[in-house]
Design a protein around this ligand. Structure first.
Ligand SMILES: C[S@@+](CC[C@H](N)C(=O)[O-])C[C@H]1O[C@@H](n2cnc3c(N)ncnc32)[C@H](O)[C@@H]1O
Ligand code: SF4
Ligand code: SF4
Length: 467
């Protein structure tokens, strides 16, 4: 992977100062938009994790300018080309100075694109919360910013509420609360109103002000009027300066994009928010691939994409209060998964029926200096390819897969794509076109410098070497 920013004396402040606890099992990341876990609070103390090898590895990825663990499309600072504004001198604080408490997933909604059913916590969670709370309390007094709950619903998150209400919290700590707003009424506010003494930012996500769209996308039967009333209540706290920053967020998808100009107009007219965050739907793997593809109207292959572009060109979105969370970045999705799956099947059948297969493969290998080849994708198709290549005289001893169970056998292994393993191969052939974009990113994060090709690419290469 190319260096993104060159060797650095300054690094991203989020990667330097943050800790995100967004798994109830205690796993932590340095920055929530990175894909790199630096440890687990169930197994180690915060000091061990913060000063540990993995944390150092993450810091080195900033110092060498590669930022290889960052998800550049998801990080709003990268997506808006504002990352340079975050650069600070490389001085590692004794403890994190920014903490995101987002380890409770409990929620009164079940938004279509966030989860496929209401979250039911497992019994072990309470024990985990106690351990997380005791580790977080160690650095509560030194926090500059504390954010809560970017993963579930704040007012359903008892452990997180205990921490943000803790006596040890420094009065100078800035607080950032994320909520769906449905429970943010006067009564709930009373429970946390001491936070009004802090520099307080509140972000409320609402998917629509139309009853049907709101209830459908939020997976709730609550009337939308309830959240509208609460937004008015929060607006009042903003006008009184009890809340210092107020943002209304929404996630734009196939269901609600046509309502967006009206949505923004209503916000500007009826509420006292400082900003309106327009965020585009991203596939989280919550729904099946075809449905998620259909939600992603930002994808230029989507049948409504042109209409979406037209709607988004409405001048109301030029209002200073409106900001596009992902900037001008494009959807990572491409053709409908159905077509991609068909490509996969075509690649397999072409390889099986390839005329003069041995001769083509030999020529291909010679032309490419006999590369050491691994496959990516440990599905049954991945295994079928391994066997087929063996019949054609090519021994493949490694299949990479981020999510499959690791297998170590005499003749081959299935392993996660770690730097020390991927660096042993010159060519990685991805056995599915469907997830190519995210697989390439995964290999980049593992610092892979060799070639990556899909099986369809390799099949056309094989055909062309003998034509
Ligand atoms: C997981 S929620 C947690 C905070 C709070 N419950 C809420 O809804 O605002 C954090 C943010 O992620 C957004 N979100 C959830 N699923 C998403 C998806 N698939 N694509 C884009 N944003 C998503 C939510 O709408 C919300 O703005
Ligand atoms: S560049 Fe973005 S993803 Fe990377 S550490 Fe900074 S804020 Fe996080
Ligand atoms: S309200 Fe937030 S946490 Fe709850 S389901 Fe919706 S997006 Fe997810």
């Amino acid at each position: 992977m190319e260096e993104r920013y060159g060797i650095q004396s300054k690094v991203c402040s989020r990667g330097l100062n943050d800790i995100w606890i967004n798994e109830y099992d205690g796993k932590v990341r340095m920055c929530g938009w990175s894909n790199f876990y630096i440890g687990n609070l169930m197994e180690n103390t915060i000091e061990e994790i913060w000063n540990g090898e993995l944390a150092q590895k993450f810091r080195e990825s900033m110092l060498d300018g590669s930022y290889r663990y960052c998800n550049h499309a998801k990080c709003p600072h990268c997506a808006n080309n504002k990352m340079e504004d975050l650069l600070v001198d490389y001085v590692v604080p004794e403890y994190p100075t920014y903490c995101s408490l987002s380890y409770q997933l409990q929620c009164n909604y079940a938004c279509k694109f966030c989860r496929n059913e209401h979250y039911v916590p497992c019994e072990c969670e309470n024990e985990n919360y106690k351990k997380i709370e005791s580790e977080v309390k160690k650095f509560l007094p030194s926090l500059i910013t504390l954010s809560a709950n970017g993963a579930g619903e704040l007012f359903c998150s008892d452990s997180i509420i205990r921490l943000i209400g803790n006596e040890e919290l420094n009065p100078n700590t800035k607080i950032l609360l994320e909520t769906n707003g449905s429970l943010f009424n006067e009564r709930s506010w009373k429970k946390i109103e001491r936070l009004g003494r802090h520099n307080l930012q509140v972000v409320v996500t609402v998917h629509s002000f139309e009853e049907m769209t709101y209830q459908y996308l939020s997976g709730t039967s609550l009337p939308v009027q309830q959240v509208i009333d609460n937004l008015k209540f929060i607006s009042q706290l903003r006008r009184e300066n009890v809340i210092n920053e107020f943002e209304i967020a929404t996630v734009i998808c196939e269901r609600n994009f046509r309502e967006m100009p009206k949505f923004v107009e209503t916000c500007l007219k009826d509420f006292s928010m400082d900003t309106i965050r327009l965020r585009f739907f991203e596939p989280y793997g919550v729904m099946d691939a075809a449905t998620e593809w259909f939600y992603d109207v930002r994808n230029e292959f989507h049948p409504y994409h042109d209409e979406f572009e037209q709607v988004m060109s409405n001048p109301i979105f030029l209002n200073d209060k409106v900001w596009r969370w992902q900037g001008e970045t494009k959807s990572l999705q491409k053709e409908n998964p159905y077509f991609l799956e068909r490509k996969n099947v075509q690649a397999l059948s072409s390889l099986v029926t390839l005329p003069n297969a041995m001769e083509s493969i030999n020529k291909f290998m010679r032309k490419n200096d006999n590369p050491k080849i691994a496959l990516y994708g440990a599905s049954s198709i991945g295994n079928a390819y391994r066997k087929l290549f063996y019949e054609y005289g090519i021994n493949i001893d490694m299949i990479f897969d981020t999510y499959a169970c690791e297998i170590i056998q005499k003749d081959y292994q299935v392993r996660r794509p770690e730097e020390s393993l991927v660096s042993q191969y010159d060519l990685i052939i991805v056995t599915t076109d469907t997830f190519m974009t995210s697989i390439v990113e995964e290999l980049e994060r593992a610092n892979y410098k060799g070639k990556v090709r899909t099986m369809s690419d390799v099949v056309s290469d094989l055909k062309s070497v003998i034509s």
